[in-house]
Design a protein around this ligand. Structure first.
Ligand code: SUG
Length: 435
């Protein structure tokens, strides 16, 4: 049976804005209060999806969530008509309103963790929606994300869905952003690399070791094929709030920075024991600094196995304009390793909130039979992507300033867009605002 990696990107929602909500995420803090362009953001995201499809790869998407999330605002004591809820929250707690307006579900690397069927004891594809407990605006995503995954992967015989982990930060889980899979071919039994954090001097760790362990248990992974590694505190304090800002695994390759892991020697030895075929491609600190990694998102690249077997890096344009990073990428391409192609894409609107190409996608390895049972509305071809671009162009603003969130008209527009999207995708009354 043949298996393919599907990248499910987050379709960027109509309320994409810069509210400075994520402590430890330097781009989010730096751009707090800036004016965003939701239309451009969504079209950039779709442009990246098109580029991946053009390389002959499978591409899906997860729809945005309903924002503002009125259900959360009401649960926090703001009452009245929908417009009054917005007005009252805007007057009394504007920061809370901004949390309920975040379009952060675009970063689907944080939607959940996935275990492909060759790796699980029961032969099903397992999903655990991330609880995203570390940040309030992100924790609001968890329930709807789990429902979205179950909606798309809706065959009980093929897919197993686990609810987000309980216990809030005690089991803080940020999904696939701290997880990678190594294998010789997508359909082989893979090795799961879970990277957890411990609080640094400046910034708190979001992913807890005990959470990664719970996900591995739920997914019925073979302990001999499962590795847990600690992220370095230096990387965390430099701004790597998720490990995928410092490294990426795909196929036989682990592509990362010298200071990505707390104890790299021990980590590589453990990884090699489980995955003897692994090829580690490491950026030395004297060539690429941690600061360069954070600014350029070099390691937040999509590392993609092309149909011919070679690998391509899909990087943000910020990596092309950083001389040290560009030199390291060129050097990597010139050496004898599986990576021999690079493309740079403009995903600047997302980058300004700390989300690069790899943050914007959730990888799901599926057999052809499994893919056929998934909801086909969410698996893209040229025609469907053109329809989504038309939907964005019809409904999105090209300018969103912080004060715009206080205006109930934005809520009306956003809900009208979501209504049109659910109609387009045959989702029925899926979102809280429709129920
Ligand atoms: O969780 N930014 C996101 C970025 C997530 C990136 N994902 C991965 N690395 N996989 C976060 O910090 C900023 C929102 C704001 O400030 O308005 C935000 O949520």
């Amino acid at each position: 049976m043949s298996y393919h990696e599907y990248n499910f990107d987050g379709l960027i929602g109509p309320t994409h804005n810069y509210a400075g909500l994520s402590f430890g995420n330097l781009a989010s803090a730096t751009n707090a209060g800036a004016v965003s362009n939701p239309k451009e953001a969504a079209l950039q995201g779709l442009g990246k999806m098109r580029a991946v499809m053009a390389m002959g790869l499978k591409q899906g998407f997860l729809p945005p969530q309903d924002r503002p999330h009125l259900k959360t605002l009401r649960a926090l004591g703001f009452a009245g008509s929908d417009a009054q809820v917005i007005e009252r929250a805007g007057k009394q707690e504007p920061q809370l309103l901004a949390n309920c307006y975040a379009a952060s579900c675009m970063w689907t690397a944080n939607a959940g963790t996935v275990a492909p069927s060759p790796d699980t004891q029961d032969g099903k594809v397992h999903f655990t929606g991330a609880n995203l407990a570390a940040n309030f605006h992100r924790s609001i995503e968890a329930e709807t994300t789990a429902r979205t995954l179950a909606h798309i992967f809706n065959d009980d015989g093929a897919f197993m869905h686990h609810p987000p982990l309980p216990g809030a930060m005690h089991f803080g889980d940020e999904g696939a952003a701290n997880h990678g899979r190594l294998c010789e071919a997508h359909g082989d039994k893979g090795v799961h690399l879970f990277v957890y954090g411990e609080d640094g001097k400046k910034f708190p760790a979001r992913q807890k070791k005990r959470a990664s362990e719970a996900v591995a248990r739920n997914h019925l992974l073979d302990p001999a094929q499962t590795v847990f590694v600690q992220q370095s505190k230096a990387a965390l304090d430099a701004g790597a709030f998720h490990n995928d800002v410092m490294g990426v695994a795909n196929g036989t390759v682990l592509f990362l920075h010298e200071h990505s892991f707390a104890d790299p020697k021990a980590a590589y030895a453990t990884i090699r024991q489980a995955a003897p075929f692994v090829e580690v491609i490491e950026a030395p600190a004297d060539k690429v600094s941690l600061e360069d990694c954070i600014k350029s998102y070099l390691f937040n690249s999509q590392l993609l196995t092309l149909p011919g077997g070679e690998m391509a890096l899909l990087l943000p344009q910020e990596a092309e304009t950083n001389a040290a990073v560009k030199a390291f990428v060129d050097d990597t391409l010139s050496k004898n390793n599986p990576i021999n192609r690079v493309i740079y894409k403009n995903v600047r609107e997302s980058m300004r909130n700390g989300g690069g190409p790899a943050c914007l996608r959730l990888r799901v390895v599926l057999s052809e039979a499994e893919a056929a049972t998934a909801n086909q509305h969410f698996i893209l071809d040229e025609e469907k992507i053109t329809k989504l671009e038309g939907w964005v162009s019809a409904h999105y603003r090209d300018r969103l300033a912080p004060d715009d969130l206080l205006d109930p008209d934005l809520m009306e527009e956003s809900f009208a867009a979501m209504q049109a999207l659910t109609d387009l995708l045959g989702m029925g009354a899926f979102y809280d605002f429709q129920r």
